[in-house]
Ligand binder design. Sequence first.
Ligand SMILES: Nc1nc2c(ncn2[C@@H]2O[C@H](COP(=O)(O)OP(=O)(O)OP(=O)(O)O)[C@@H](O)[C@H]2O)c(=O)[nH]1
Ligand SMILES: [Mg+2]
Length: 323
Amino acid sequence: MLIEDQHPHNKSIMVAVLGAPNVGKSSLINCLLGTDLSVVTNKPQTTRNKFHCVLTVDRTEIVMVDTPGLHKSNQEFNKRLNEQAREGTEGADLNLLLIDISRDILNQFVEFKENFQQDLGPTWVLFTKADKVEESENLPLDIVIEKARQVLPSIEKHFLISSKQNTNIHLLTGAICDRAAPGPHLYPNGDISNKNQRFFVTEYIREQAFELLKDEVPYEVAVVIDEYKELKSKTDPNMIESHISASILVNRPSQRAIVIGTKGSMIKEIGIRSRKKIEVMTGGPVHLNLHVKVSPKWFSNNFVLEEIGLPRAKDSNRVWRQK
Ligand SMILES: Nc1nc2c(ncn2[C@@H]2O[C@H](COP(=O)(O)OP(=O)(O)OP(=O)(O)O)[C@@H](O)[C@H]2O)c(=O)[nH]1
Ligand SMILES: [Mg+2]
């Protein structure tokens, strides 16, 4: 990147967005971006990969790193999710640690420390879901933060936010911009992520599967692209049509039946809903062909895990299972 190509007043900052599953990390990123880029569901462990989401305010670029929720687990798959979260802080200038105010607050700090397993750089605490607590509860956040600093000494300041109601989001954006240092932008061409459209296609399909499926099934589902073609529309040569074939991997034959649904109703619904979101992203018509494949124990199969962007973690168990 040529620094002289960029405006001399440019500023940039990388912020890692961290916290337990379901605290509202991806929702905050979408709220800051003003678009539904990152997938959000009401189930924990929705986000599985770390990735950049870029917001530019005037001359300041904020590169936010969405991360999977840190949690305790000895499962190979979950270890790789946690590794993604830890790696998400590498190179970050600032960490935003999200704490769900409607849950046990101090416990979230203690669990985060246990699961993060390394030193944490400069950190701001964001107490999320402020809309879920009554104002009359008047939470003593200053006292909470003092206690939290005994666990995580790098905490600098805190905000009480609600992504749902946009509470204090502007305050937070302004503070992050003030913190940004003069320097070139990492994404000077206006990219909003370091992940490509193929990644977001798999995410939007998985998001709907997560939303619509119950019990253990969402957690035993992965999505891989089989074919992705962009063709000029026959009716309008200025329009690009995306022809996408994707497979939804499940662990057991009984789950295949569930994902397909009665007379194909479930897979049809997943397809209709995800296609709408993919069309918004691509800006053109999408032909989406979904299949369901049984891939026993895909979540401990290194080939599948690598394919869905989850390389082996430092504390991984060795997994040799063939696809
Ligand atoms: N009431 C309320 N709900 C929120 C708020 N922010 C997020 N949520 C909800 O919390 C749930 C989890 O949100 P996500 O953004 O997916 O949380 P996450 O931390 O990214 O979760 P993982 O990716 O699983 O780690 C969803 O149902 C959101 O709608 C908020 O400000 N207020
Ligand atoms: Mg998330």
